[in-house]
Design a protein around this ligand. Structure first.
Ligand code: ADP
Length: 440
């Protein structure tokens, strides 16, 4: 990347240098052409004003050695183009010039000019014709360098400029790329450590990279913790099952002992199944592989059906269930919302005292759909508020296990709420009860 940036810089510098010198050469040639035009115009006007060519005889002109040595080619002709005198060749050998563009123009406007390619490679002939006071036409011409020659002449200077600018460009490019890239490379090397952005433009870049880096580390740590916790949680019921099975195999047991052991095996096997179900559910939610088929769901109807199922459980513990509110529809996933209500109400039943109450309220207020599950059970200590949504976290381990908890229920709830773009709020007082509000 550094090399790429560097070569681009150098390439740009050379390109700019070439462009500038080419434009310079063209500008120089335009000025040069203008200068030639002005020179010719002034010279022709002087010839006209001094009336030298009107007064002199042709033989006088022919014998004038000064005119012969003149660098300009001077041609005198009649108004119709018949050549009377030329200081370079014999006038008689010259054809009629009446059809030459500079002559036609001169007859029309008093003066005319034309640039023609000379025989010599790259040079041009510049012609300027002027009508004299006696009606005859005087034409002067000069062979000058063409654009190509001018450009070729300035080429060595342009080349030198390009080389100097390119060298300066290469050095500056090296310094600039170093200044640009070194901090980025340093940041990349120190992504773990604390390092400030060397220039403000890098702030968003660095904070984003660092955030993503932290997220990757966090998620790797979460996966490690989760695997360790999951193995530990799965091991407990399996050890119990294996222990009871061995006891049954190795000893002669009284029928009631045998029944107790097989009940324990059944209980632990169910616990294992529940754990595996919850783990699968969570990993599906994590992977986002659930069908994201949202449909209109009536929360109130869902809760009504769910409370019907949980009633047996609540009756067994002598806990009353109450549903309040009204039909509240929202766009969501039916199965997940059912599981959310189930987990919350089940917790309120399990972490409650005999004779306790659980109420579920579903309603819509100020455009927000709300689900409130409230109980007057054992409550949660305030220092555990943040942690109870963590995987496998339990306030009261023995109570959770005794009532078939996995420690995953609330993390599944949190996930489902997030998937529905909702928020979850917890209020609880130890010994007084718990209120969980979900807002969609
Ligand atoms: P668990 O399977 O252990 O119930 P959860 O994730 O559902 O796991 O809950 C985490 C912990 O939060 C529980 O172990 C329990 O200690 C506490 N908890 C959850 N709901 C309530 C409640 N309604 N009343 C008291 N404690 C609760």
């Amino acid at each position: 990347m550094t090399e790429k940036i560097y070569f681009r810089f150098v390439f740009m510098t050379i390109l700019v240098a070439m462009l500038v010198t080419t434009c310079g050469a063209i500008a120089y040639y335009t000025l040069f052409e203008k200068q030639v035009h002005e020179d010719m115009q002034v010279t022709a006007q002087i010839f006209k004003d001094t009336e030298f060519f009107q007064t002199a005889d042709i033989s006088q002109l022919e014998n004038n050695t000064k005119l012969k040595d003149e660098k300009l080619r001077i041609t005198l002709m009649e108004w119709n183009g018949t050549v009377l005198f030329d200081n370079t060749v014999s006038a008689k050998s010259m054809e009629n010039h009446g059809d030459r563009p500079e002559i036609i123009a001169a007859l029309e406007n008093g003066w005319g000019e034309k640039i023609r390619k000379s025989d010599t490679l790259g040079r041009v002939d510049y012609y300027y014709a002027i009508v004299l006071n006696d009606g005859r036409i005087l034409r002067i011409s000069k062979e000058v360098d063409g654009l190509f020659i001018v450009i070729m002449a300035v080429m060595p200077y342009c080349g030198a400029i390009i080389i100097i600018v390119s060298i300066i460009g290469a050095v500056v490019a090296k310094l600039l790329t170093n200044r640009l890239m070194t901090p980025i490379l340093q940041v990349a090397e120190n992504i773990d450590g604390e390092m400030d952005a060397p220039y403000p433009e890098l702030y968003p870049f660095i904070s984003k990279i660092r955030k993503q880096h932290d997220q990757v580390l966090e998620s790797a740590q979460r996966v490690r913790d989760f695997s360790a916790n999951a193995s530990h949680e799965l091991k407990t019921p399996l050890t119990a099952i294996s222990g009871y099975a061995q006891l049954i195999q190795t000893s002669e047991l009284e029928p009631d002992r045998l029944q107790h052991f097989s009940q324990e095996i059944d209980k632990n096997a169910n616990r294992l199944l529940k754990l595996i179900d919850d783990i699968i559910e969570l990993s599906n939610l994590d992977a986002g592989e659930l069908e994201t088929q949202f449909e209109t769901v009536d929360l109130y109807e869902l809760a009504k059906d769910e409370l019907e199922i949980l009633k047996i459980n609540a009756d067994n513990r002598n806990i009353s269930l109450k549903l309040e509110g009204e039909s509240t529809r929202l766009l969501g996933q039916r199965d997940l919302l059912t599981e959310l209500i189930d987990n919350l109400v089940e917790n309120s039943i399990r972490y409650n005292n005999p004779g306790g109450h659980v109420s579920v309220k579903i309603f819509e207020a100020r455009g927000r759909k709300q689900l409130i599950v409230e109980d007057d059970g054992i409550g949660i200590p305030s220092e555990d508020f943040d942690r109870i949504f963590e995987r496998f976290y339990r306030v009261d381990k023995s109570r959770s296990k005794a009532t078939g908890g996995t420690g995953l229920g609330l993390s599944i709830v949190k996930h489902i709420v997030e998937l529905h773009d909702g928020s979850i709020h917890l209020e609880s007082r130890l010994g007084e009860g718990t209120k969980i509000t979900v807002i969609f």
